[in-house]
Write a protein that binds this ligand. Structure first.
Ligand code: NAG
Ligand code: NAG
Ligand code: NAG
Ligand code: NAG
Ligand code: NAG
Ligand code: NAG
Length: 523
C-alpha cells in the first residue's frame, strides 16, 4: 500500500515544525555548549570496568551534549575496515549506548579508508564531526591524491552526519604535519581552533564562526606550527583556570612506548613549539600497554576530570587491537597534572563483563554472566572454572566480594580469588598461580596451584547466600588472606616464589557471585 501524497505532505510539515522547534530550542542555548547539566560523576576510574565498552576502538574524543556524555572513537579493526565511525553516549559514564555508523565512507564522496580520530564540536545548533580520511602521505596531494581532514555536520549528536564541504577541509601537508588527528576547541571568547597533525608535526588554525572555513592569523598565515618536543600525534587542548593544556601522544602507536605528555601555556597558540612535555600516561606491565591518544571529560561546574584514551590489552599483539578506557585525572595545587594511574576495578553495575575471559577457554560449561551487579559463575565440575582479567600483577592488594551458593563439606567445593595465574590449561586447578578459596564448611585456604601446597584454617564464619569480603595481600613472600575482618589476616602463606600473572575468580563445583573487584599494586 502506498502512503497518500497528502498524508506524506502533512507528515513532512509536522516534522519540519518539530525541526524548527528543535532548532530554536537549540538556538537559545548556543552560548552554552552544555544546555543541561550532566550527572556529576565522581569516580576513581571506570569503576564498572575498563574497557568501558566492548569492541576494538581507539583515539577517543569526547563531548557533553544536552546533559549526556559522548565518546567518539576510531573503529580499530584491520586498516581496510576502518571505514566507519561509531559513537557512544552515557548519562553516567557507566551505562553506554552504541550509535553505529554515525559516519561512513558512503557519506563522504572523497573518503575511501582510514576514517580516523573523530573530533566533535557544537555551534549554532549544529553538531560537527572532524575526521581524518584516506591517510594521505607527503607528496601525494601534489600527485592528485585526495584526503586529509574532513568535516561533517548533523542536527543531532548521533547523526546522520553529512559531508559539509564535499572535499577535505585540510587536504595538504603544512609544516610537514600529516592532516590527521584533529581536535577542535572553542575558546571562551568564541574563537574556534583546530589542532591537528601526524608524522611528528602539529599545527593550529583558526576556524571561522561557520566552523567549516579558516581565519588567518595576524601575520596572514593559516597554519601555525606548535610541535612540542617528542610529539608524534593526537593533540588535545584543554582549558582550565585560564591556562591552556596541550596534550599529545609520543612514541609509535603499535609500540610499548606510546604515551601521553602535556605542556601548559597562557595562550591557545602556546608557546608549545619545541617545548618539552611532562609524561602523564604510560603503559603499565600489570595493566595494559600502549596507552595513548587521549580525550578529556570535564564534569561541568566541578574540578572532576577524566582522561579517556585507548590501550592494548597485555595479551594482544595486533596493532589495531585497542580498547577504550578512562581514568581519573587529578591536578596538583600548582595546576600541574598528576601522573595517571590506570586502576583495575569492576563492580559490574554496567551489567557486562567486558575484559573478563572464561577459562578453560572455549568451554564455558555453565558460563559466567552478570546478574544484579554481580559476576555469577557456575561450575559443575571439580576441575573448576576461572574467569580472569588480562592483568599481570605481582605484588598486589586484591579485593572482591563473594557470595557462595550452597553448603558443602566437600573439599572440592569452594570459590574465591586467583592471582599470578598463567596459561590456564583445560584443568584450571593445574594452572600456575595461587588460589585463595572459601567454603561454607568454614574453611579458608591458600593454594599454590603450581605444586598443590596449601595452608588452611577452619572454623571461619562463612555462610551461603551471605556477601563476604575477601582480600588477598601478596607482597614479597607474604601472601595473606582476609575474610570480612580486614584488620588481621585469617592466614598467611610463604609465597616467596609468587610471580606476575592474571587475576581472576575461581569456582569449583558450585555457584558463586562476585562483586566490587579491585586490584591495586602494592609494595
Ligand atoms: C568525590 O568523592 C570523594 C570520596 O568519595 C569525596 O572526598 C569528594 O569530595 C567528592 N568530590 C566531589 C566533587 O563530589
Ligand atoms: C597549506 O595549506 C593550504 C590550504 O590547505 C594549501 O593551499 C597550501 O598549499 C599548503 N601549503 C603547503 C606548503 O603545503
Ligand atoms: C608481566 O610482569 C612481569 C613482571 O613485572 C614482566 O616481566 C612481564 O613482562 C609482564 N608481562 C607482560 C605481558 O607485560
Ligand atoms: C604479612 O602481611 C599481613 C597483611 O599485611 C600482615 O598482617 C602480617 O603481619 C605479615 N606477616 C609477616 C610474617 O610479615
Ligand atoms: C552446588 O551448586 C552447584 C551448582 O548449582 C551444583 O551443581 C552442586 O551439585 C551443588 N553442590 C552441593 C554439594 O550442593
Ligand atoms: C560495592 O560497590 C557499590 C558501588 O560502588 C557500593 O555501593 C557498595 O557499597 C559496595 N559493596 C561492598 C560490599 O563493598
Amino acid at each position: 500500500m502506498r502512503t497518500s501524497s497528502k498524508l506524506k505532505t502533512s507528515l513532512r510539515a509536522a516534522l519540519a515544525l518539530y525541526a524548527v522547534a528543535m532548532a530554536s530550542a537549540n538556538a537559545t542555548d548556543t552560548t552554552d555548549d552544555y544546555p543541561q547539566q550532566p550527572a556529576i560523576v565522581n569516580y576513581t576510574t571506570s569503576e564498572a570496568g575498563n574497557p568501558f565498552v566492548d569492541g576494538w576502538y581507539a583515539d577517543p574524543d569526547t563531548a557533553i551534549y544536552q546533559g549526556v556524555y559522548w565518546v567518539f572513537p576510531t573503529s580499530s579493526y584491520v586498516y581496510d575496515q576502518q571505514t566507519y565511525l561509531d559513537a557512544f553516549s552515557s548519562p553516567d559514564l557507566v551505562h553506554w549506548t552504541k550509535h553505529a555508523n554515525i559516519l561512513t565512507t558512503k557519506d563522504v564522496t572523497w573518503a575511501t579508508k582510514a576514517v580516523w580520530a573523530p573530533a566533535p564540536a557544537f555551534r549554532n545548533g549544529k553538531y560537527f564531526i572532524y575526521f581524518g580520511a584516506n591517510d594521505i602521505q607527503e607528496g601525494e596531494p601534489e600527485q592528485g591524491f585526495i584526503g586529509g581532514i574532513g568535516v561533517a555536520v548533523a542536527d543531532n549528536p548521533q547523526g546522520p552526519y553529512v559531508d559539509a564541504l564535499g572535499k577535505p577541509l585540510i587536504g595538504a601537508y603544512n609544516n610537514s604535519a600529516q592532516p590527521i588527528d584533529q581536535d577542535v576547541f572553542i575558546d571562551d571568547d568564541g574563537q574556534a581552533y583546530i589542532y591537528y597533525g601526524g608524522h611528528g608535526h602539529a599545527n593550529v588554525a583558526k576556524l571561522k564562526e561557520d566552523m567549516i572555513s579558516f581565519d588567518t592569523f595576524e601575520d596572514g598565515t593559516t597554519f601555525k606550527e606548535i610541535t612540542p618536543r617528542d610529539y608524534a600525534e593526537g593533540p588535545q587542548i584543554l582549558k582550565r583556570n585560564g591556562k591552556y593544556y596541550l596534550m599529545w601522544s609520543e612514541g609509535g602507536w603499535t609500540g610499548p612506548d606510546y604515551q601521553v605528555s602535556y605542556a601548559v601555556a597562557d595562550s591557545p597558540l602556546g608557546p608549545f613549539l619545541g617545548v618539552s612535555g611532562t609524561t602523564i600516561l604510560q603503559q603499565d606491565s600489570a595493566v595494559a600497554k600502549g596507552s595513548g591518544h587521549n580525550g578529556v571529560i570535564h564534569v561541568p561546574g566541578t574540578d572532576i576530570y577524566y582522561i579517556v584514551y585507548h590501550r592494548r590489552p597485555l595479551s594482544e599483539n595486533a596493532g589495531e587491537h585497542r580498547v577504550l578506557c578512562y581514568d581519573r585525572m587529578y591536578f596538583n595545587e600548582d595546576g600541574s597534572i598528576k601522573p595517571i594511574k590506570m586502576l583495575v576495578k569492576d563492580h559490574f553495575t554496567d551489567g557486562d563483563m567486558v575484559g573478563w575471559k572464561v577459562y578453560p577457554e572455549g568451554s564455558e560449561p555453565e558460563g559466567a554472566h552478570v546478574v544484579d551487579n554481580k559476576l555469577e559463575v557456575k561450575s559443575r565440575s571439580k576441575s573448576g572454572t576461572i574467569v580472569a582479567l588480562d592483568t599481570n600483577f605481582t605484588d598486589q592488594l586484591y579485593d572482591a566480594t563473594v557470595i557462595l551458593s550452597n553448603s558443602s563439606n566437600d573439599f572440592g567445593t569452594s570459590a574465591g580469588l586467583v592471582f599470578g595465574v598463567k596459561n590456564v590449561p583445560s584443568v584450571p586447578y593445574k594452572t600456575k598461580g595461587y588460589y585463595a578459596g572459601l567454603s561454607t564448611a568454614g574453611r579458608v585456604f591458600i593454594m599454590n596451584l603450581g605444586d598443590g601446597t596449601s595452608t588452611l584454617v577452619e572454623g571461619v564464619d562463612i555462610k551461603p547466600d551471605i556477601e563476604h569480603h575477601i582480600r588477598v595481600s601478596a607482597i614479597g613472600a607474604n601472601i595473606s588472606v582476609f575474610v570480612d575482618d580486614l584488620t588481621w589476616p585469617r592466614l598467611t602463606l610463604d609465597g616467596s616464589n609468587h610471580a606476575a600473572g592474571m587475576n581472576g575468580v575461581a569456582v569449583f563445583n558450585m555457584e558463586a557471585k562476585f562483586g566490587n573487584v579491585s586490584i591495586a599494586e602494592a609494595s
